[in-house]
Design a protein around this ligand. Structure first.
Ligand SMILES: *Cc1c(COP(=O)(O)O)cnc(C)c1O
Length: 300
């Protein structure tokens, strides 16, 4: 039984036009839960389920929590998701819709996360939202699919929150001997924990995070994402909240797909031509998606 699905890889005429290159979209927005997080969640839940896990606990009020809830439902195992008081009603609704038990605990994510971790046992497995090799392995299948569809990208554009996407894509590129190509890692100024770490030459924790791209709001990226930057040609780019929102709106018109601003940051690189690509370049954009978005939420 498949949990995460093989997503479409489509050539985008409008984005190719705006970006001045050949743009290919990997439509992770088409995953059943609306984001690539289903690849990572399904991978880790299946792994532990095969080794006797009887339940799972997650601490994400975002796409990771929704993906764990979905995976648990598919595997027939109960899921608990602990979220902080700040979690929007929409996110809670999506988690409960998947049949998970929702616990609201703590003011911020770290408090909810500590509580979730404290509930774990040998059979009740705690799942970190972005920092685990099995999560990255699940995400690396994006590259497997792109290569098997016959595309050898000249560059990749992706969004960075806690760094599981960057870690997984890097793993996939290394597996397919494509780790020489540039990887554009995009954040907003208010969530720029990866950018801050690159600039400092060491892992940095932001004092506060802010802005519209709440899905990218990890105050510190995982250590592996930072290490990837020393092996691959990773280039950090920042995109304003305004540009991210605008890119979501343009993408909705061009491709009829609604995405979170966390995804809009990557699309903005092309819509706003922030990078000068060679016209012959095949540029792969990971359309990471996101479920906590409504038409009203991106209306201007
Ligand atoms: C999780 C997520 C991100 C950020 O990915 P990380 O692996 O945390 O860096 C970006 N966009 C969407 C839609 C996400 O769900």
């Amino acid at each position: 039984m498949k949990i995460a699905i093989r997503t479409p890889l489509i050539h985008s005429l409008p984005l190719s036009h705006h970006g001045g290159c050949n743009v290919w979209l990997k439509m992770e927005s088409s995953q059943p839960t609306g984001s690539f997080k289903l690849r990572s969640a399904a991978k880790i839940c299946r792994y532990y389920a095969e080794r006797g896990a009887t339940a799972f606990i997650s601490s994400s009020g975002g796409n990771a929590g929704i993906a764990v809830a979905h995976s648990g439902r598919k595997l027939g195992l109960p899921i608990t998701v602990v979220v902080p008081e700040s979690t929007p009603a929409r996110a809670k609704q999506l988690i409960e819709q998947e049949g998970a038990r929702l616990i609201v605990h703590g003011k911020v994510w770290s408090e909810a996360n500590d509580y979730a971790r404290s509930l774990a046992t040998d059979e009740v497995i705690y799942l970190h939202p972005f920092d685990h090799p099995l999560l990255w392995e699940g995400i690396s299948t994006i590259v497997d699919e792109v290569i098997s569809d016959g595309l050898k990208p000249d560059a990749v554009i992706l969004s960075v929150g806690g760094g599981s996407m960057l870690s997984g894509i890097a793993q996939g590129l290394e597996k397919h001997q494509s780790d020489h190509i540039p990887v554009y890692a995009v954040e907003t100024p208010g969530t720029a924990s990866f950018n801050a770490s690159l600039n400092a030459g060491k892992l940095v924790r932001l004092d506060k995070v802010s802005g519209i791209a709440t899905t990218l709001a990890a105050s510190q990226v995982c250590e592996n994402a930072f290490n990837v930057a020393s092996r691959l040609d990773v280039r950090s780019v920042l995109v304003s909240d305004h540009e991210a929102l605008n890119a979501c709106r343009r993408f909705l018109d061009d491709h009829r797909v609604l995405t979170e601003p966390a995804c809009g940051v990557s699309l903005s690189l092309l819509y706003d031509r922030k990078i000068s690509f060679n016209p012959a370049d095949n540029v792969l954009v990971i359309v990471c998606g996101g479920a906590s978005v409504t038409l009203k939420g991106i209306a201007g």
